[in-house]
Design a protein around this ligand. Structure first.
Ligand SMILES: Cc1ncc(COP(=O)(O)O)c(C=O)c1O
Length: 359
């Protein structure tokens, strides 16, 4: 077996869900498990959370069907709604809550003949300009849908664009635009993602939508998970599969871009970009061996990467290497690569076996 595994701590996911609920006492929360639960395995995460979570949220009917099989009774929200009008029938069969984010989706709903009415979440474009109706358009559709036979609950939702940057002025504007519609009678309201669950109580409304915080990565560039009271769920662990001494002036890896400045010990590690470890990770990005951090040396290859273990003489063949987890935060690796934890987590590839701990 290739020595590489992504270990998912389901007890940490449960802890993090509870942390979201603790931030908004009395609120309900859809656990966002789209994209295979941000790369952690939707089946396992949903199974671990189903006695705890008020509901789940996904991005497509395919994802919804997978979650429904694990959680027959849960509320299950389709965040982008139906992509085609003929998907409403399946949405009704799966007893989904659906977002309705534009005129075509709303008209498709009105035209549909359904086996049961759906819980509808009218989506407001409060300022992100990705999905959603204008305030006037939303008022119009509220009037047209409120007594429609296809509609059970009529709810309101929106999504923040810049909540990861604390104090960003657009967040305040989006909140005002949302609040501006609350004279309409909605059954439930939902606005807050992880960043605003953790940092903006005014945005909590009735239903929270925690995603990244469930998996223990920080939604903020400048705050560590520990400070936020959340625990990393995924640890990506490989092993040292070869060790060599290189003389000063010798290079390591593709392109020969890393050149030893001193006689060095180089460890080759069983993880590469085809596993989802980013090729953009520069030399110096930390990994942990025997509880200590050592730097990447040279370019990440498809199946392997190299680290400089000169300052860790005890390290040797077969040692475990943490690429990210509790010792090397995913957010730190992401920052080094100019990306975010979300991308790294969702890009761990299929060939990396997942191993589950707890709950
Ligand atoms: C509509 C919507 N709500 C909630 C979330 C969860 O956001 P986060 O992972 O930042 O908590 C997402 C994620 O992209 C989303 O698209």
């Amino acid at each position: 077996m290739r020595p590489l595994v992504a270990t998912v701590d389901l007890a940490a996911v449960r802890h993090n869900y509870s942390r979201a609920k603790q931030c908004g006492p009395g609120r309900k929360a859809f656990a966002v498990v789209k994209a295979d639960a941000y790369g952690h395995g939707a089946r396992e995460v949903v199974t671990a959370l189903r006695d705890l979570a008020d509901g789940f949220a996904v991005a497509s009917l395919e994802e919804a069907a997978e979650v429904r099989a694990m959680a027959p009774e849960a509320r299950l929200l389709l965040l982008e709604g139906c992509f085609e009008a003929d998907e409403y029938g399946m949405a009704a069969q799966l007893a989904l809550d659906v977002a309705v984010q534009g005129d075509a989706q709303a008209q498709g709903l009105l035209d549909a003949r359904l086996s049961r009415p759906l819980n509808v979440w009218l989506k407001l474009d409060s300022g992100m300009h990705r999905l959603g109706m204008s305030p006037a358009g939303l008022r119009d559709w509220h009037a047209r849908l409120k007594d429609a036979e296809q509609v059970a609950e009529l709810n309101l939702m929106s999504h923040f664009a810049c909540a990861d940057e604390r104090g960003h002025p657009l967040t305040e504007t989006q909140l005002e635009n949302f609040v501006g519609l609350l004279d309409l009678p909605f059954e439930h309201r939902s606005l807050a993602n992880s960043a605003t669950i953790l940092g903006l109580p005014q945005a909590h409304m009735d239903w929270l939508r925690p995603g990244i915080m469930l998996y223990g990565a920080s939604p903020f560039a400048d705050l560590e998970p520990k400070t936020l009271g959340i625990e990393p769920a995924m640890t990506l662990t490989a092993r040292i599969i070869a060790v060599r001494e290189v003389s000063a002036g010798e290079s390591v890896g593709y392109g020969g871009g890393w050149v030893a400045q001193r006689p060095s010990r180089i460890a080759t590690v069983s993880c590469g970009y085809a596993d989802g470890y980013p090729r953009t990770a520069p030399s110096g990005t930390p990994v942990a061996i025997r509880g200590l951090r050592v730097p990447l040396a040279g370019r990440v290859s498809m199946d392997m990467l190299a680290v400089d273990i000169t300052d860790l003489p005890a390290a040797g063949l077969g040692d475990e290497v943490e690429l990210w987890g509790r010792q090397v935060g995913i957010d730190e690796v992401a920052r080094a690569c100019g990306t975010i934890g979300y991308e790294l987590l969702t890009k761990v590839t299929k060939r990396v076996p997942r191993r589950y701990l707890g709950p």
